[in-house]
Design a protein around this ligand. Structure first.
Ligand code: COA
Length: 254
């Protein structure tokens, strides 16, 4: 079975993380599959709305650390960048259903979704600093914009997780539901959306986003250059090595 499932029904394309043994962490191949699914969904007139989801207990553990170490993303044509640019510019409505941990890009991708529904077990975290890295997916711009600077600093400088109710309070999440209901609720909203005129949906989204998209893409590129450089530096090597060896990282000499 594929690590990314793509299913279209009733005008809704659903993209599902399906790698439970590795906590839905995302490999380059999975980024490529999601980027391709977004392109296909954009081109397919039968698709009017896209839902991204994980399972009832796990959204995504973020980048696959071993895959990142073995195949660091090389430039803006790499699968991760194709995916990030794809969600940042996706013209049709994008809805997420999030239950359980949403780590790193599992959280930052949500800032590009139009609607987010969370299970009450959702835990959002962006622990880039703990990994010797820096924000990605334009989160250095979008997180302070949505959370305000000081809460963003807590999330990005401390890498502290926050739960569904806090995400609801800051506006990252539209509604908190029991985990067994989140995906079904997101589907019902997506189907309601899919019944509306696609031209109005696309134009409304374009107008809401048009003043930000260029800036978002520029920030994404700048973050990507730093992230790529930092991935090869000692702090990330220590953090990633510690994760693989199941020990605490030691940054005291770095
Ligand atoms: N990359 C690669 N493998 C990962 C992973 C990741 N980001 N997250 C989890 N896994 C793997 C573990 O190595 C383990 O594999 P194994 O069974 O072959 O040893 C398996 O998934 C289960 O992970 P485990 O940590 O035992 O699960 P948990 O339920 O105790 O904790 C998380 C779940 C998500 C909280 C924890 O796995 C975690 O913090 N992961 C790292 C998150 C991260 O730093 N992501 C990178 C952001 S850039």
């Amino acid at each position: 079975m594929s690590d990314i499932l793509v299913h279209t029904e009733a005008g809704v394309c659903t993209i599902t993380f399906n790698r439970p043994d590795k906590k839905n962490s995302i490999t380059a191949a999975m980024y490529g599959a999601m980027a391709d699914a977004l392109v296909a969904a954009q081109e397919d007139a039968a698709v009017r709305c896209v839902v991204i989801q994980g399972s009832e207990t796990m959204f995504s553990a973020g980048n696959d650390i071993a895959d990142f170490l073995n195949n660091p993303p090389a430039g803006t044509g790499s699968p991760v960048f194709r995916f990030l640019r794809g969600i940042a510019q996706f013209p049709k409505p994008l809805i997420a259903a999030v239950c359980g941990p949403a780590v790193g890009v599992g959280t930052t991708l949500l800032f590009h979704c139009d609607l987010v529904y969370a299970g009450d077990n959702a835990a959002f975290s962006m622990p880039f600093v703990n990994l010797g890295l820096c924000p990605e997916a334009a989160s250095s711009l979008l997180v302070p914009q949505m959370l305000g600077y000081h809460r963003a600093a807590e999330a990005l400088l401390l890498g502290e997780p926050f739960m569904a109710e806090a995400a609801l309070e800051v506006g990252l999440v539209n509604r908190v539901l029991p985990p067994t209901e989140a995906a079904g609720y997101a589907q019902s909203v997506a189907r309601k959306m899919a019944a509306k005129p696609i031209s109005s949906l696309v134009e409304t989204k374009r107008l809401m986003k048009k003043n930000h998209t260029e800036q978002v893409l520029a920030v994404m590129d700048e973050e990507g250059a730093s992230f790529g450089r930092m991935l090869r530096e000692p702090a990330a090597k220590e953090a990633f090595g510690a994760f693989m060896e199941r020990r605490k990282p030691d940054f005291s000499k770095l």
